[in-house]
Design a protein around this ligand. Sequence first.
Ligand code: FAD
Length: 437
Amino acid sequence: YDGEFDAIVVGAGPAGSASALTMADAGLDVIMIERGAYPGAKNVFGGVLYTPTIRELTDIDDAPLERYVGEKRFGMLSPEDETAVSVKPNQWHQEPHNDSYTVLRGDFDEWFAEQAVEAGATLITETTVTDLIREDDGRIVGVDTDRPEGELRAPVVVLAEGGNSLVAEGADLKDPSPREDVAVAVKEVIEFPGDGNEIEDRFRLTEDSGASYHYFGEGAVGDAFGGAFIYTNDDTVSIGLAYRIEDAVTSQPKPEQTLNEFKSHPAVAPLVRGGRTVEYSAKTIPEGGADAMPDLVHDGAVLVGDTAGLVLNNGVHLEGTNMAVESGYHAGNAIITAMANDRTDANALLEYPRNLEDSFVVQNLERYEWLMETAVEDKDLLFRDLPRAIADASEEYFSIDRDPKAEHADDAKDRILQTIGGWSGAAKLAWRYRKVM
Ligand code: FAD
Protein backbone atom coordinates (compact mmCIF):
# COMPACT_ATOMS: atom_id res chain seq x y z
CA TYR A 1 0.00 0.00 0.00
CA ASP A 2 1.25 3.46 -0.80
CA GLY A 3 -0.08 4.90 2.47
CA GLU A 4 -2.08 7.51 0.61
CA PHE A 5 -5.62 7.12 1.86
CA ASP A 6 -8.35 9.62 2.68
CA ALA A 7 -9.36 7.70 5.81
CA ILE A 8 -8.19 4.77 7.90
CA VAL A 9 -10.81 2.70 9.75
CA VAL A 10 -9.55 0.70 12.75
CA GLY A 11 -11.73 -2.43 13.07
CA ALA A 12 -14.17 -3.99 10.61
CA GLY A 13 -17.12 -4.57 12.97
CA PRO A 14 -20.54 -3.03 12.24
CA ALA A 15 -19.41 0.51 13.12
CA GLY A 16 -16.20 0.37 11.06
CA SER A 17 -17.80 -1.20 8.00
CA ALA A 18 -20.73 1.25 8.09
CA SER A 19 -18.34 4.21 8.12
CA ALA A 20 -16.14 2.70 5.39
CA LEU A 21 -19.17 1.92 3.21
CA THR A 22 -20.56 5.45 3.65
CA MET A 23 -17.22 7.06 2.74
CA ALA A 24 -16.41 4.67 -0.13
CA ASP A 25 -19.87 5.28 -1.63
CA ALA A 26 -18.97 8.98 -1.77
CA GLY A 27 -15.70 8.21 -3.57
CA LEU A 28 -13.26 8.52 -0.66
CA ASP A 29 -10.25 6.24 -0.64
CA VAL A 30 -10.72 4.25 2.57
CA ILE A 31 -8.73 1.45 4.17
CA MET A 32 -10.14 -0.81 6.90
CA ILE A 33 -7.66 -2.57 9.17
CA GLU A 34 -8.96 -5.67 10.97
CA ARG A 35 -6.97 -7.78 13.41
CA GLY A 36 -9.05 -10.96 12.87
CA ALA A 37 -8.36 -13.50 10.11
CA TYR A 38 -11.56 -12.09 8.58
CA PRO A 39 -14.07 -9.50 9.86
CA GLY A 40 -16.17 -11.09 12.60
CA ALA A 41 -13.74 -13.97 13.16
CA LYS A 42 -13.54 -13.23 16.88
CA ASN A 43 -16.55 -11.01 17.37
CA VAL A 44 -18.95 -11.87 20.15
CA PHE A 45 -22.54 -10.81 20.64
CA GLY A 46 -25.92 -12.25 21.61
CA GLY A 47 -27.38 -11.70 19.18
CA VAL A 48 -30.03 -9.90 17.35
CA LEU A 49 -28.91 -7.56 14.60
CA TYR A 50 -31.10 -4.48 14.26
CA THR A 51 -31.10 -3.41 10.64
CA PRO A 52 -32.90 -0.07 10.05
CA THR A 53 -29.71 1.82 9.14
CA ILE A 54 -27.98 -1.09 7.36
CA ARG A 55 -31.03 -1.30 5.12
CA GLU A 56 -30.47 2.36 4.13
CA LEU A 57 -26.82 1.68 3.30
CA THR A 58 -27.09 -1.53 1.30
CA ASP A 59 -29.40 -4.27 0.08
CA ILE A 60 -29.74 -6.81 2.89
CA ASP A 61 -31.61 -9.42 0.85
CA ASP A 62 -28.46 -11.51 0.41
CA ALA A 63 -27.09 -10.86 3.93
CA PRO A 64 -26.37 -14.00 6.00
CA LEU A 65 -29.33 -13.55 8.37
CA GLU A 66 -30.31 -16.58 10.46
CA ARG A 67 -33.94 -15.94 11.47
CA TYR A 68 -36.17 -12.89 11.87
CA VAL A 69 -37.40 -12.31 15.42
CA GLY A 70 -41.10 -13.22 15.51
CA GLU A 71 -41.32 -13.48 19.29
CA LYS A 72 -39.78 -11.58 22.18
CA ARG A 73 -40.21 -13.25 25.52
CA PHE A 74 -39.31 -11.88 28.95
CA GLY A 75 -38.93 -14.36 31.79
CA MET A 76 -38.53 -13.47 35.44
CA LEU A 77 -36.64 -16.28 37.14
CA SER A 78 -36.63 -17.00 40.86
CA PRO A 79 -34.28 -19.88 41.79
CA GLU A 80 -36.82 -22.49 40.66
CA ASP A 81 -39.76 -20.72 39.02
CA GLU A 82 -40.50 -18.63 35.96
CA THR A 83 -43.13 -15.99 35.28
CA ALA A 84 -43.04 -14.87 31.66
CA VAL A 85 -44.53 -12.49 29.14
CA SER A 86 -44.40 -13.25 25.42
CA VAL A 87 -44.81 -10.63 22.69
CA LYS A 88 -45.71 -11.99 19.25
CA PRO A 89 -47.25 -9.33 16.98
CA ASN A 90 -48.35 -10.90 13.71
CA GLN A 91 -46.85 -7.90 11.92
CA TRP A 92 -43.37 -9.14 12.79
CA HIS A 93 -43.91 -12.04 10.40
CA GLN A 94 -44.21 -9.56 7.52
CA GLU A 95 -41.28 -7.81 5.81
CA PRO A 96 -39.22 -6.01 7.10
CA HIS A 97 -39.75 -8.13 10.24
CA ASN A 98 -39.36 -5.21 12.65
CA ASP A 99 -35.75 -4.95 11.40
CA SER A 100 -34.64 -7.60 13.93
CA TYR A 101 -32.73 -10.72 12.83
CA THR A 102 -30.55 -13.24 14.60
CA VAL A 103 -27.12 -13.53 13.00
CA LEU A 104 -23.78 -15.21 13.60
CA ARG A 105 -21.21 -12.45 13.63
CA GLY A 106 -18.52 -14.46 11.85
CA ASP A 107 -20.83 -14.61 8.83
CA PHE A 108 -22.49 -11.22 9.09
CA ASP A 109 -19.44 -9.02 9.75
CA GLU A 110 -17.57 -10.61 6.84
CA TRP A 111 -20.51 -9.95 4.52
CA PHE A 112 -20.96 -6.34 5.72
CA ALA A 113 -17.25 -5.53 5.28
CA GLU A 114 -17.50 -7.04 1.81
CA GLN A 115 -20.20 -4.46 0.96
CA ALA A 116 -17.70 -1.70 1.81
CA VAL A 117 -15.04 -3.42 -0.31
CA GLU A 118 -17.45 -3.66 -3.25
CA ALA A 119 -18.08 0.08 -2.86
CA GLY A 120 -14.31 0.64 -3.26
CA ALA A 121 -12.83 0.37 0.25
CA THR A 122 -9.65 -1.62 0.88
CA LEU A 123 -9.65 -4.25 3.65
CA ILE A 124 -6.55 -5.72 5.28
CA THR A 125 -6.94 -8.48 7.84
CA GLU A 126 -4.67 -10.15 10.39
CA THR A 127 -3.27 -6.72 11.14
CA THR A 128 -3.55 -5.05 14.52
CA VAL A 129 -3.35 -1.30 14.93
CA THR A 130 -0.97 -0.69 17.82
CA ASP A 131 -0.89 3.10 18.03
CA LEU A 132 -1.85 6.39 16.44
CA ILE A 133 0.66 8.66 14.72
CA ARG A 134 0.56 12.33 15.68
CA GLU A 135 2.18 15.46 14.31
CA ASP A 136 4.02 17.76 16.73
CA ASP A 137 0.88 19.89 17.06
CA GLY A 138 -1.06 16.80 18.29
CA ARG A 139 -2.97 16.18 15.08
CA ILE A 140 -3.59 12.49 14.36
CA VAL A 141 -2.26 11.65 10.91
CA GLY A 142 -2.21 7.86 10.74
CA VAL A 143 -1.74 4.55 12.53
CA ASP A 144 1.04 2.15 13.39
CA THR A 145 0.38 -1.57 13.03
CA ASP A 146 2.03 -4.82 14.06
CA ARG A 147 3.27 -5.34 10.48
CA PRO A 148 6.91 -4.62 9.64
CA GLU A 149 7.06 -1.04 8.41
CA GLY A 150 3.35 -1.04 9.11
CA GLU A 151 2.69 2.70 9.33
CA LEU A 152 -0.22 4.08 7.35
CA ARG A 153 -1.07 7.74 6.97
CA ALA A 154 -4.34 9.54 6.28
CA PRO A 155 -5.92 12.86 7.27
CA VAL A 156 -8.50 11.10 9.43
CA VAL A 157 -8.71 7.88 11.49
CA VAL A 158 -12.02 6.24 12.46
CA LEU A 159 -11.63 4.32 15.73
CA ALA A 160 -14.09 1.42 15.49
CA GLU A 161 -12.17 -1.08 17.60
CA GLY A 162 -15.07 -2.07 19.88
CA GLY A 163 -15.46 -1.73 23.65
CA ASN A 164 -11.97 -2.88 24.54
CA SER A 165 -10.54 0.30 23.04
CA LEU A 166 -6.82 -0.12 23.60
CA VAL A 167 -5.80 2.21 20.77
CA ALA A 168 -8.18 5.05 21.74
CA GLU A 169 -7.24 4.72 25.42
CA GLY A 170 -3.52 4.44 24.65
CA ALA A 171 -3.74 7.70 22.68
CA ASP A 172 -5.69 9.46 25.49
CA LEU A 173 -8.80 9.87 23.34
CA LYS A 174 -10.88 8.26 26.08
CA ASP A 175 -10.44 7.17 29.68
CA PRO A 176 -10.69 3.50 30.63
CA SER A 177 -14.30 2.80 31.69
CA PRO A 178 -14.87 2.61 35.44
CA ARG A 179 -15.94 -0.82 36.68
CA GLU A 180 -19.57 0.14 37.25
CA ASP A 181 -19.87 1.08 33.55
CA VAL A 182 -18.80 -2.32 32.20
CA ALA A 183 -20.59 -5.66 32.04
CA VAL A 184 -18.91 -9.00 31.54
CA ALA A 185 -20.68 -11.32 29.09
CA VAL A 186 -20.33 -15.00 28.28
CA LYS A 187 -22.04 -16.83 25.48
CA GLU A 188 -22.28 -20.33 24.05
CA VAL A 189 -23.56 -21.52 20.72
CA ILE A 190 -25.35 -24.85 21.15
CA GLU A 191 -26.06 -27.35 18.41
CA PHE A 192 -28.60 -30.18 18.54
CA PRO A 193 -28.59 -33.58 16.95
CA GLY A 194 -31.82 -34.36 15.10
CA ASP A 195 -33.82 -34.12 11.94
CA GLY A 196 -33.18 -30.47 11.15
CA ASN A 197 -36.41 -29.18 12.72
CA GLU A 198 -35.01 -29.17 16.25
CA ILE A 199 -35.08 -25.39 16.70
CA GLU A 200 -38.61 -25.04 15.29
CA ASP A 201 -39.89 -27.83 17.54
CA ARG A 202 -38.20 -26.67 20.73
CA PHE A 203 -39.20 -23.03 20.37
CA ARG A 204 -42.52 -23.56 18.54
CA LEU A 205 -41.37 -21.63 15.47
CA THR A 206 -42.32 -21.74 11.83
CA GLU A 207 -39.93 -21.65 8.87
CA ASP A 208 -37.72 -18.53 9.07
CA SER A 209 -39.17 -17.10 12.25
CA GLY A 210 -37.09 -17.00 15.40
CA ALA A 211 -37.31 -15.97 19.02
CA SER A 212 -35.38 -13.85 21.45
CA TYR A 213 -35.82 -14.86 25.09
CA HIS A 214 -34.65 -12.48 27.81
CA TYR A 215 -34.37 -13.43 31.46
CA PHE A 216 -33.70 -11.60 34.68
CA GLY A 217 -33.79 -12.42 38.37
CA GLU A 218 -31.76 -14.74 40.61
CA GLY A 219 -32.35 -17.75 38.39
CA ALA A 220 -30.68 -15.91 35.50
CA VAL A 221 -27.61 -14.26 37.03
CA GLY A 222 -27.63 -15.07 40.77
CA ASP A 223 -27.06 -12.01 42.96
CA ALA A 224 -25.57 -9.96 40.15
CA PHE A 225 -27.07 -6.99 38.29
CA GLY A 226 -27.73 -8.14 34.75
CA GLY A 227 -29.65 -10.62 32.64
CA ALA A 228 -29.49 -13.70 30.44
CA PHE A 229 -30.65 -14.48 26.92
CA ILE A 230 -31.41 -17.22 24.40
CA TYR A 231 -31.61 -16.47 20.68
CA THR A 232 -32.57 -18.97 18.00
CA ASN A 233 -30.36 -19.23 14.92
CA ASP A 234 -31.01 -21.42 11.87
CA ASP A 235 -29.72 -24.66 13.40
CA THR A 236 -28.26 -23.54 16.72
CA VAL A 237 -29.12 -21.40 19.72
CA SER A 238 -27.02 -18.65 21.26
CA ILE A 239 -27.32 -18.66 25.04
CA GLY A 240 -25.52 -16.33 27.39
CA LEU A 241 -25.64 -13.74 30.11
CA ALA A 242 -24.14 -10.43 31.06
CA TYR A 243 -23.74 -8.68 34.38
CA ARG A 244 -21.74 -5.87 35.92
CA ILE A 245 -18.06 -6.64 36.13
CA GLU A 246 -18.16 -5.29 39.70
CA ASP A 247 -20.38 -8.22 40.71
CA ALA A 248 -18.07 -10.64 38.91
CA VAL A 249 -15.11 -9.29 40.86
CA THR A 250 -16.69 -9.02 44.29
CA SER A 251 -19.24 -11.75 44.88
CA GLN A 252 -20.63 -13.89 42.10
CA PRO A 253 -19.32 -17.27 41.08
CA LYS A 254 -17.39 -17.13 37.80
CA PRO A 255 -19.46 -16.16 34.71
CA GLU A 256 -19.09 -19.62 33.17
CA GLN A 257 -20.43 -21.19 36.38
CA THR A 258 -23.33 -18.72 36.45
CA LEU A 259 -24.09 -19.67 32.84
CA ASN A 260 -24.10 -23.36 33.73
CA GLU A 261 -26.51 -22.67 36.59
CA PHE A 262 -28.77 -20.68 34.24
CA LYS A 263 -28.71 -23.53 31.72
CA SER A 264 -29.83 -25.98 34.39
CA HIS A 265 -32.70 -23.79 35.68
CA PRO A 266 -35.94 -25.85 35.43
CA ALA A 267 -37.43 -23.34 32.96
CA VAL A 268 -34.34 -23.26 30.74
CA ALA A 269 -32.96 -26.81 30.83
CA PRO A 270 -35.63 -28.29 28.50
CA LEU A 271 -34.77 -25.67 25.85
CA VAL A 272 -31.13 -26.78 25.63
CA ARG A 273 -31.42 -30.44 26.65
CA GLY A 274 -29.29 -32.79 24.56
CA GLY A 275 -27.40 -29.92 22.93
CA ARG A 276 -23.67 -29.74 22.37
CA THR A 277 -21.68 -26.55 22.92
CA VAL A 278 -19.83 -25.75 19.70
CA GLU A 279 -18.56 -22.29 20.59
CA TYR A 280 -17.78 -20.48 23.83
CA SER A 281 -16.81 -16.83 24.09
CA ALA A 282 -16.52 -14.01 26.59
CA LYS A 283 -16.47 -10.25 26.16
CA THR A 284 -17.19 -6.97 27.91
CA ILE A 285 -20.06 -4.58 27.15
CA PRO A 286 -19.78 -0.84 27.79
CA GLU A 287 -22.96 0.29 29.52
CA GLY A 288 -22.15 3.69 30.94
CA GLY A 289 -24.87 5.34 28.82
CA ALA A 290 -24.92 8.92 27.55
CA ASP A 291 -23.06 10.29 30.60
CA ALA A 292 -20.05 8.09 29.92
CA MET A 293 -19.67 9.01 26.23
CA PRO A 294 -16.14 10.26 25.50
CA ASP A 295 -15.45 13.20 23.14
CA LEU A 296 -16.38 11.81 19.74
CA VAL A 297 -14.17 14.05 17.60
CA HIS A 298 -10.50 14.96 17.83
CA ASP A 299 -8.07 16.61 15.45
CA GLY A 300 -7.84 13.87 12.80
CA ALA A 301 -9.93 11.18 14.51
CA VAL A 302 -13.47 10.12 15.38
CA LEU A 303 -14.77 7.45 17.80
CA VAL A 304 -17.71 5.25 16.76
CA GLY A 305 -19.74 2.25 18.00
CA ASP A 306 -18.68 0.52 21.22
CA THR A 307 -15.46 2.55 21.27
CA ALA A 308 -17.72 5.54 21.89
CA GLY A 309 -19.75 3.55 24.47
CA LEU A 310 -22.88 3.43 22.31
CA VAL A 311 -24.74 0.44 23.77
CA LEU A 312 -28.22 0.39 25.27
CA ASN A 313 -28.33 -2.43 27.82
CA ASN A 314 -31.05 -2.06 30.42
CA GLY A 315 -32.77 -5.40 30.88
CA VAL A 316 -35.54 -4.53 28.41
CA HIS A 317 -33.28 -3.63 25.47
CA LEU A 318 -29.85 -4.92 24.48
CA GLU A 319 -28.98 -2.92 21.37
CA GLY A 320 -25.52 -2.07 20.13
CA THR A 321 -25.36 -3.11 16.49
CA ASN A 322 -27.89 -0.52 15.33
CA MET A 323 -26.10 2.20 17.29
CA ALA A 324 -22.74 1.13 15.92
CA VAL A 325 -23.99 1.31 12.32
CA GLU A 326 -25.81 4.62 12.83
CA SER A 327 -22.71 6.19 14.39
CA GLY A 328 -20.47 4.86 11.57
CA TYR A 329 -22.89 6.33 9.05
CA HIS A 330 -22.95 9.81 10.67
CA ALA A 331 -19.17 9.79 11.22
CA GLY A 332 -18.64 8.81 7.57
CA ASN A 333 -20.87 11.63 6.35
CA ALA A 334 -19.16 14.19 8.59
CA ILE A 335 -15.77 13.12 7.23
CA ILE A 336 -17.06 13.48 3.65
CA THR A 337 -18.15 17.06 4.42
CA ALA A 338 -14.91 17.89 6.23
CA MET A 339 -12.73 16.48 3.44
CA ALA A 340 -14.66 18.50 0.88
CA ASN A 341 -13.50 21.55 2.83
CA ASP A 342 -9.93 20.20 3.04
CA ARG A 343 -10.10 20.04 6.85
CA THR A 344 -10.16 17.22 9.40
CA ASP A 345 -9.64 19.08 12.67
CA ALA A 346 -12.12 18.42 15.48
CA ASN A 347 -14.20 21.52 14.68
CA ALA A 348 -14.55 20.46 11.05
CA LEU A 349 -15.89 17.08 12.18
CA LEU A 350 -18.54 18.41 14.57
CA GLU A 351 -21.34 17.46 12.16
CA TYR A 352 -20.87 13.90 13.48
CA PRO A 353 -21.69 14.47 17.18
CA ARG A 354 -24.43 16.94 16.22
CA ASN A 355 -26.18 14.44 13.97
CA LEU A 356 -25.67 11.64 16.46
CA GLU A 357 -27.31 13.72 19.17
CA ASP A 358 -30.34 14.26 16.94
CA SER A 359 -30.53 10.55 16.11
CA PHE A 360 -32.11 7.69 18.04
CA VAL A 361 -28.67 6.76 19.38
CA VAL A 362 -28.11 9.53 21.90
CA GLN A 363 -31.82 10.03 22.46
CA ASN A 364 -32.24 6.39 23.49
CA LEU A 365 -29.15 6.44 25.70
CA GLU A 366 -30.39 9.58 27.45
CA ARG A 367 -33.92 8.26 27.83
CA TYR A 368 -32.77 5.18 29.73
CA GLU A 369 -29.87 6.73 31.66
CA TRP A 370 -32.00 6.96 34.80
CA LEU A 371 -33.23 3.36 34.51
CA MET A 372 -29.85 1.79 35.17
CA GLU A 373 -29.15 4.09 38.12
CA THR A 374 -32.57 3.50 39.67
CA ALA A 375 -32.56 -0.25 39.04
CA VAL A 376 -29.12 -0.62 40.65
CA GLU A 377 -30.52 1.02 43.81
CA ASP A 378 -33.52 -1.36 43.77
CA LYS A 379 -31.47 -4.41 42.77
CA ASP A 380 -32.53 -6.73 45.60
CA LEU A 381 -36.20 -5.85 45.22
CA LEU A 382 -36.32 -6.08 41.42
CA PHE A 383 -34.00 -9.02 40.85
CA ARG A 384 -34.54 -11.16 43.96
CA ASP A 385 -37.60 -10.35 46.09
CA LEU A 386 -40.13 -9.41 43.40
CA PRO A 387 -39.47 -12.37 41.07
CA ARG A 388 -39.88 -14.69 44.07
CA ALA A 389 -43.05 -12.94 45.24
CA ILE A 390 -44.59 -12.90 41.76
CA ALA A 391 -43.83 -16.60 41.25
CA ASP A 392 -45.34 -17.45 44.64
CA ALA A 393 -48.35 -15.19 44.06
CA SER A 394 -48.99 -16.70 40.61
CA GLU A 395 -48.80 -20.22 42.02
CA GLU A 396 -51.23 -19.21 44.76
CA TYR A 397 -53.62 -17.36 42.44
CA PHE A 398 -53.97 -20.26 40.02
CA SER A 399 -53.95 -23.07 42.59
CA ILE A 400 -56.77 -25.60 42.31
CA ASP A 401 -58.15 -27.04 45.54
CA ARG A 402 -61.41 -26.85 47.46
CA ASP A 403 -60.85 -23.31 48.80
CA PRO A 404 -62.73 -20.45 47.15
CA LYS A 405 -60.79 -18.50 44.54
CA ALA A 406 -61.26 -15.28 46.53
CA GLU A 407 -59.03 -16.67 49.29
CA HIS A 408 -56.29 -17.54 46.84
CA ALA A 409 -56.54 -14.14 45.19
CA ASP A 410 -56.27 -12.37 48.58
CA ASP A 411 -53.24 -14.46 49.58
CA ALA A 412 -51.61 -13.78 46.22
CA LYS A 413 -52.17 -10.04 46.56
CA ASP A 414 -50.81 -10.05 50.13
CA ARG A 415 -47.59 -11.76 49.02
CA ILE A 416 -46.92 -9.04 46.47
CA LEU A 417 -47.91 -6.19 48.76
CA GLN A 418 -45.73 -7.49 51.61
CA THR A 419 -42.76 -7.45 49.27
CA ILE A 420 -43.25 -3.95 47.92
CA GLY A 421 -44.37 -2.22 51.12
CA GLY A 422 -48.16 -2.21 50.71
CA TRP A 423 -50.25 -0.02 48.43
CA SER A 424 -48.15 3.05 49.15
CA GLY A 425 -45.03 1.05 48.20
CA ALA A 426 -46.78 0.01 44.98
CA ALA A 427 -47.61 3.63 44.16
CA LYS A 428 -44.02 4.73 44.87
CA LEU A 429 -42.66 1.96 42.66
CA ALA A 430 -45.04 2.81 39.80
CA TRP A 431 -44.00 6.46 40.06
CA ARG A 432 -40.29 5.59 40.19
CA TYR A 433 -40.54 3.51 37.01
CA ARG A 434 -43.20 5.54 35.17
CA LYS A 435 -40.75 6.52 32.44
CA VAL A 436 -40.31 2.89 31.32
CA MET A 437 -43.58 3.46 29.51
P1 FAD B 1 -17.13 -4.64 17.48
O1 FAD B 1 -18.28 -5.41 16.99
O2 FAD B 1 -16.50 -5.05 18.78
O3 FAD B 1 -16.01 -4.63 16.33
C1 FAD B 1 -14.71 -4.15 16.56
C2 FAD B 1 -13.78 -4.72 15.50
O4 FAD B 1 -12.51 -4.14 15.62
C3 FAD B 1 -13.58 -6.23 15.62
O5 FAD B 1 -13.73 -6.81 14.35
C4 FAD B 1 -12.15 -6.35 16.16
O6 FAD B 1 -11.52 -7.56 15.75
C5 FAD B 1 -11.50 -5.14 15.54
N1 FAD B 1 -10.34 -4.60 16.29
C6 FAD B 1 -10.28 -4.33 17.62
N2 FAD B 1 -9.10 -3.79 17.94
C7 FAD B 1 -8.39 -3.72 16.79
C8 FAD B 1 -7.08 -3.24 16.48
N3 FAD B 1 -6.28 -2.71 17.42
N4 FAD B 1 -6.65 -3.34 15.20
C9 FAD B 1 -7.44 -3.87 14.24
N5 FAD B 1 -8.70 -4.33 14.48
C10 FAD B 1 -9.16 -4.24 15.73
N6 FAD B 1 -26.02 -5.80 20.25
C11 FAD B 1 -27.19 -5.96 19.60
O7 FAD B 1 -27.57 -5.11 18.78
N7 FAD B 1 -27.97 -7.07 19.78
C12 FAD B 1 -27.61 -8.06 20.64
O8 FAD B 1 -28.31 -9.07 20.77
C13 FAD B 1 -26.38 -7.92 21.36
N8 FAD B 1 -25.99 -8.87 22.21
C14 FAD B 1 -24.76 -8.80 22.77
C15 FAD B 1 -24.34 -9.85 23.58
C16 FAD B 1 -23.05 -9.87 24.09
C17 FAD B 1 -22.61 -11.07 24.88
C18 FAD B 1 -22.18 -8.77 23.82
C19 FAD B 1 -20.77 -8.78 24.34
C20 FAD B 1 -22.61 -7.67 23.08
C21 FAD B 1 -23.91 -7.68 22.55
N9 FAD B 1 -24.39 -6.63 21.75
C22 FAD B 1 -25.60 -6.76 21.13
C23 FAD B 1 -23.59 -5.40 21.53
C24 FAD B 1 -22.93 -5.43 20.14
O9 FAD B 1 -22.25 -6.64 19.96
C25 FAD B 1 -21.96 -4.27 19.98
O10 FAD B 1 -22.59 -3.07 20.37
C26 FAD B 1 -21.47 -4.13 18.53
O11 FAD B 1 -20.81 -5.30 18.12
C27 FAD B 1 -20.52 -2.93 18.42
O12 FAD B 1 -19.96 -2.88 17.13
P2 FAD B 1 -18.54 -2.18 16.89
O13 FAD B 1 -18.31 -2.24 15.43
O14 FAD B 1 -18.50 -0.89 17.59
O15 FAD B 1 -17.49 -3.10 17.68
